[in-house]
Design a protein around this ligand. Structure first.
Ligand SMILES: Nc1ncnc2c1ncn2[C@@H]1O[C@H](COP(=O)(O)OP(=O)(O)OP(=O)(O)O)[C@@H](O)[C@H]1O
Length: 240
């Protein structure tokens, strides 16, 4: 560890990030940044490289190159578990709930990556549905309950930079609204969020900036202030 090393996350800067799955070159020099307490989105059509970007930050793709700088620390060559211990939590699209374990067992299973994680009781206060289902098996949860559990689980680990992949996909409007409230509350508490999202209406009010990805490259960065004047161009890019 260098003397500049500080485990608490303040900023992530991704520069010239290339990533591969086997021989397939998927990311072609991704560039973006996010600072503590910000929420940014990665937008783009299917197959643009949004999920791969989240996975590449954590070292979950094949070969990768370029720079992933976390709070002044270059982590491009680090293994995933070391990166996670800087406070990075990943919520994959498939959620990864253990079907044979109860809600509470799922919650307490992952090891803490840093101090300051939320307690189980704090999480039940944030997600009352989970409190009611604390003894239920993973298989018996609705899609919305599974998503809340997946979010709650990374909050318990102490992660404060959250990489969230399509968390609203397939969920009822009332659950989507609840997830929006939770993200707003987390932002207020200083959490930092990178959101891959197809539901732009969900993401727009929460986000400080939007990065549009096409063919493994960021082709546009749109701030909250610029959004009203760039909506038409954005719709065209996303094909919606
Ligand atoms: N494990 C893998 N092996 C090989 N190619 C992959 C793998 N995962 C993804 N890809 C390819 O990488 C490209 C980017 O996929 P990625 O999942 O990052 O896109 P995305 O923008 O998240 O889109 P979606 O919304 O469809 O998930 C696609 O062409 C996809 O087929």
């Amino acid at each position: 560890m260098t003397s500049a090393f500080r485990p608490d996350f303040e900023a992530l800067q991704v520069s010239n990030l290339h990533a591969y799955y086997g021989e397939s070159h998927i990311l072609h020099g991704i560039e973006f940044e996010v600072r503590r307490g910000e929420l940014i989105t990665l937008l783009g059509r299917n197959g643009a490289g949004k999920t791969t970007t989240l996975r590449a930050i954590l070292g979950l793709t094949g070969r990768r190159s370029g720079s992933v700088n976390l709070n002044g620390q270059e982590v491009i060559d680090w293994p995933t578990h070391r990166i996670a211990h800087l406070g990075v939590g990943y919520c994959p699209e498939e959620r990864g709930i253990f079907a044979s374990l109860s809600v509470e067992e799922n919650l307490v299973l992952p090891p803490q990556v840093r101090s300051g994680g939320m307690s189980v009781e704090e999480l039940y206060a944030m997600f009352p549905n989970l409190a009611e289902r604390r003894k239920s098996q993973g298989t018996r949860l609705s899609g919305g309950e599974q998503q809340m559990l997946a979010m709650a689980r990374i909050l318990r680990t102490g992660a404060n930079l959250l990489l969230l992949d399509e968390i609203t996909e397939g969920l009822a409007p009332v659950i989507v609204q609840k997830l929006g409230d939770v993200l707003g509350a987390l932002k207020t508490r200083g959490y930092t969020v990178i959101l891959v999202e197809q539901n732009f209406r969900f993401a727009a009010p929460l986000a400080d900036r939007h990065y549009v990805i096409e063919h493994g490259k960021v082709v546009e960065c749109i701030s909250r202030e610029q959004l009203p004047s760039r909506m038409d161009a954005l719709h065209q890019r996303l094909g919606v």
